[in-house]
Design a protein around this ligand. Structure first.
Ligand SMILES: [Mn+2]
Length: 412
């Protein structure tokens, strides 16, 4: 059975009897005048259909008698296709998604009306995820509000927790996609190692990376590339990348390729000159110890919070040995983020909640860092881990991470 069909079955099984699930792929968001932001299909929709184009919808119906799955797509209009490119046909949509009943999107309102009015529908699931109450409504949220307005007796339910729980555990094909994204990211980092030199601009390192991953077939970046040298490496989401890289500073690179919708998320920190100073190396090795300690500890049953405690302990011990801090509680001065998040279709992937114990098939990051403003030293080392039955596999193990490996590669 098609993997999307398997996932839809699992969703249908969890929906309450007498309910609908409606998921839209979305539409391009205007940027300015006639230009739109690059289109990104709703990730739950993609997860359940394998389709990533605009103006599509998936409807799952769990009535008391039988389940129904409908896919709605845009009707191809040859005159429009001259401008916008080919649209997916019904046959192609069926082949990719495994949905037998594919219809045109114009018939969606009528189909919803028939289901919600004539059948006994008590609840409807929409993707109502939002990060903050101040967020602009997503396409799916706007559709949910319109549906609730039109069908006030149908209870609106959030499909996000159900789909997030499923997405947290990756299947083999998903892990393979993440590994491909990591391989492209590795190639991009090696390109930087081969070309990095004092006096270059940070955006040159960014460009070298992005050229290398695109040449390997990656769709693009998973998120805005961070290339911060010196003090810029201490700014966690620095992405202007427009400063000159001075001799003797460190360059922090937090970046990732995206392949078939799946993200890599890797951080490495390189000496711009090709050699770490003794002080930079001392700090670097503390961060590396924390990175390795987290990979050692990651296994089923652990939580991200517990991993972060291990990370903080290793970092604090290291800084106390250097006399940088006096007590473990002071680590917050130099380390202020979490050590891990889930990784998948989203860089910070969908989760049910922070305290969910790890399970085999989950993919998480391992990213300790130390940010010492007064010394202009910002160091983060980030790997991607697959949780296995009895521990974890470091999917990015091949990406050079010790100071010796980095210096040797830069010396070539
Ligand atoms: Mn990360």
């Amino acid at each position: 059975m098609n993997r999307y069909e398997l996932r839809r079955r699992a969703v249908l099984e969890q929906m309450e009897p007498g309910s609908l699930l409606v998921l839209y792929s979305g539409e391009a968001v205007p940027q300015s005048l006639d230009e739109c932001h690059p289109f990104e299909a709703n990730h739950h929709f993609f997860y359940l259909t394998g389709l990533r184009r605009e103006n599509m919808a998936l409807v799952l119906s769990r009535s008391r008698s039988q389940d129904q799955t409908l896919l709605f797509i845009e009707e191809p209009v040859p005159a429009m296709e001259r401008w916008t490119g080919r649209r997916v046909t019904k046959d192609e949509a069926k082949a990719i998604s495994g949905v037998e009943d594919v219809r045109y999107i114009d018939s969606l309102p009528g189909a919803l009306s028939r289901m919600a009015n004539r059948e006994v529908v008590a609840a409807a699931y929409f993707d109502c995820y939002r990060n903050a109450i101040t967020d602009v409504d997503s396409y799916n949220m706007a559709k949910a509000r319109a549906f609730a307005q039109a069908y006030p007796t149908v209870t609106l339910k959030n499909a996000h927790p159900l789909l997030a729980a499923m997405r947290m555990v990756k299947d083999e094909e998903e892990v393979a996609c993440i590994c491909e994204a990591i391989e492209a990211t590795d190639a991009g980092l090696r390109r930087i190692l081969a070309t990095l030199a004092p006096g270059q601009m940070e955006y040159e390192a960014q460009a070298a990376f992005e050229c290398a991953i695109r040449c390997r077939g990656a769709e693009g970046t998973a998120f805005a590339t961070i290339a911060g040298s010196g003090l810029n490496g201490c700014m966690l989401h620095y992405d202007t990348n427009d400063c000159r890289m001075e001799d003797g500073t460190l360059l922090l690179l937090d970046l990732g390729a995206k392949v078939k919708g799946y993200c890599a998320d890797i951080t490495r920190t390189y000496p711009v000159s090709g050699r770490f100073t003794p002080r930079q190396k001392a700090i670097y090795d503390i961060v590396l110890r924390a990175n390795r300690a987290v990979a050692q500890a990651a296994r089923p049953g652990m939580t991200l919070k517990a991993l972060n405690e291990i990370c903080k302990q290793v970092l604090a011990e290291g800084l106390m040995q250097l006399g940088k801090i006096d007590a473990p509680e002071q680590i917050g001065t130099y380390y202020m983020h979490g050590v891990s998040h889930h990784l998948g279709l989203d860089t910070h992937d969908a989760i049910t909640h922070d305290e969910e114990p790890l399970a085999p098939g989950m993919v998480i990051t391992d990213e300790p860092g130390l940010y010492i403003d007064e010394e202009a030293i910002g160091i983060r080392i980030e790997d991607d881990l697959l949780i296995t039955q009895d521990g974890c596999r470091v999917l990015s193990e091949q990406v050079p991470r010790t100071t010796q490996e980095i210096e040797a590669l830069m010396a070539r």
